[in-house]
Design a protein around this ligand. Structure first.
Ligand code: UDP
Ligand code: MG
Length: 348
């Protein structure tokens, strides 16, 4: 029997939650029709809401006890920690074999879950993620800035962040564990989902407006989120200092040569200032260059302190190979009969 966990970060979603539950119940019915033994687990995270979101969650948990095949667990934060923290809490506490991430406001159409699940079961993919085709209904300026951000990210970062991608996705347990193995504090989930790799298939759909409530993202909130994304996944802004420094130094050297030649040929009408200007430019360039070098070391230290794993294995035959080896050496057993292959008994 497979369990699908649905992680839902909620901030002031008292009106959306009952609607969300209704929609997800319909999805469960669809899922069960296709795969009778599927269990759905909702992991609701109340991100320090100021309204009655927590009460709505308690309500849903009670209601779910009556509904068969659907379980609700909820976690409520002591204050608003932000969507990324709510996501992390939800992922950590999801117990399913497959884990979905979804917004509470029905902007991530829950019906897509069935198709995502079918695709995961059918194919080689580890993750099926949703992507908006259009940004209809979004303020014009926000749309333009978002697009610019994704183009910029694509150029400066090795981690791919797909334009229009939402956090909405269904992942295997393996990929979920990989995302959880990234222990960094500043989390930019869109980047993390991409960073862990694995095979992701994309499902496109048209933008949907939220059912109730208002978005909690202000324009400047989004700008801060974008800066977080850049700083977390690219050291390009630091490299820019080095490059600017090198360019300044080059200009200073050329200018010095020009002034020198001109002074030889025509004499020096205003003694002092051109050479001073050159020296200032040169030193300015040198300073910027070394600032960039220091920045590079700082960037590496910063990445180290994130303790990201150096790699993530998707598949290996280690377990089978190990099984064969153990069978071959079985006669060497210590005779006390307790098998402890993982060595979990150590340290007692
Ligand atoms: N959210 C959250 N904490 C926050 C802000 C938002 O948990 O501080 C949740 C919110 O309840 C919703 C999801 O994150 O389920 C997306 O938020 P929203 O709809 O405001 O963003 P948008 O869809 O406009 O990007
Ligand atoms: Mg929304």
């Amino acid at each position: 029997m497979d369990t699908i966990s649905v992680v839902v970060p909620c901030y002031n979603e008292q009106e959306s939650l009952p609607l969300f539950y209704k929609a997800i119940s319909r999805v469960r019915a669809q899922l069960v029709a296709a795969h009778p033994s599927t269990l759905l687990e909702l992991v609701l995270v109340d991100d320090g809401s100021a309204d009655a979101t927590l009460a709505a969650m308690r309500d849903l948990a009670a209601r779910a006890q009556a509904d068969e095949g659907i379980q609700v667990r909820y976690y409520s934060f002591s204050r608003n920690f932000g969507k990324e923290s709510a996501l992390l809490c939800g992922l950590r506490n999801a117990r399913g074999d497959y884990v979905a991430v979804m917004d509470a406001d029905l902007q991530d159409p829950p019906e897509l879950l069935c198709e995502m699940y079918d695709r995961l079961l059918a194919g080689e993919a580890d993750c099926v993620a949703a992507r908006r085709q259009s940004r209809e209904g979004e303020p014009w300026l926000r749309s333009v800035c978002s697009r610019a951000f994704y183009r910029f990210m694509a150029r400066i970062s090795e981690t791919e962040v797909v334009d229009g991608a939402r956090d909405f996705r269904l992942m295997t347990r393996q990929m979920t564990d990989a995302v959880l193995s990234l222990t960094e504090y500043n989390r930019f989930s869109k980047g993390l989902f991409s960073w862990v790799g694995f095979k992701t298939e994309w499902l496109s759909y048209d933008n949907v407006e939220r059912v109730a409530g208002t978005t909690s993202w202000s324009f400047w909130g989004l700008v801060r989120y974008a800066i977080e994304g850049v700083v977390d996944f690219s050291a390009a802004p630091l490299t820019a200092a080095s490059q600017a420094g090198l360019v300044l130094c080059a200009i200073a050297v050329i200018a010095t040569i020009v002034i020198f030649v001109r002074a030889l040929a025509f004499g020096d009408p205003v003694p002092g200032w051109p050479s001073l200007a050159c020296i200032i430019t040169f030193i300015g360039g040198l300073e910027l260059f070394f600032l960039g070098v220091i920045g590079k070391y700082l960037a590496n230290t910063y990445l180290e302190t994130k303790h990201r794993p150096a790699y993530i294995v998707r598949e290996s035959n280690e377990a089978e190979a190990e099984g064969v080896r153990r069978a071959e050496t079985a006669y060497g057993d210590d005779g006390d009969g307790d098998a402890d292959p993982a060595g979990t008994e150590g340290g007692r």
